[in-house]
Design a protein around this ligand. Structure first.
Ligand SMILES: N[C@@H](CCC(=O)N[C@@H](CS)C(=O)NCC(=O)O)C(=O)O
Length: 182
């Protein structure tokens, strides 16, 4: 993993030419460039930027702050109330921004599915976990249309395959994390 990604984190890929790449948004952009036949960014510059804005908001104000409470959920590590308050405030900013920026008509950025849908779905994984467990907060109910959109996104063969793969590998992943901490 360290050869594929110096941070040792997943996801990481090795291209057909043997080039190692990592960071989710970078991988998505690479796939977009390498396989242009089914574009997942709109063609027009402002619409493309809006999709990127949604992806950035999902990463910075939903996924990253929620990660701070992950050790509490996964390993029972005690967390100060001050940290919980900070995470809640950051998530409020993220969810509030999502409420303004997202269309859900039916996709996040409008009528076509874009990378923002893919990115948001997986960026939400950690807030969906830590919100109820650590903040007593159903974050999915916070934004109109979010829960319905999430259910729609989960209802496809590819989403079911990704979710099943993730579940099948969770035990190994958790064992790896636990072994590394010893
Ligand atoms: N910013 C990275 C985050 C990657 C990340 O944190 N991956 C986690 C799994 S969700 C991981 O590999 N954790 C193991 C570790 O931290 O060593 C991305 O967008 O790809």
């Amino acid at each position: 993993m360290l050869a594929a990604n110096p941070t040792g984190k997943v996801p990481a890929i090795t291209t057909e030419n043997g080039v190692h790449l990592a960071e989710s948004s970078v991988l998505l952009d690479y796939l977009e460039d390498a396989y242009p036949d089914t574009p997942l960014y709109p063609g027009e510059p402002e619409a493309r930027a809006r999709v990127r804005q949604l992806m950035k908001v999902s990463e910075l104000y939903l996924e990253l702050p929620a990660r701070r409470l992950l050790p509490a959920v996964l390993a029972g590590v005690a967390v100060d109330q001050a940290v919980k308050d900070e995470v809640r405030a950051a998530l409020e900013l993220g969810l509030g921004s999502l409420g303004v920026l997202a269309d859900f008509s039916p996709f996040v950025a409008g009528r076509e599915m874009t990378l923002a849908d893919i990115y948001l779905r997986y960026a939400l994984a950690i807030p969906r976990l830590v919100g109820p467990a650590q903040l007593d907060w159903d974050i999915m109910a916070e934004v109109d249309g979010l829960a319905g959109w999430y259910a729609m996104m989960a209802d496809s063969d590819i989403a079911r395959k990704v979710d099943a793969d993730m579940q099948a590998n969770t035990a190994d992943f958790m064992a790896f994390i636990a072994s590394r901490k010893k």
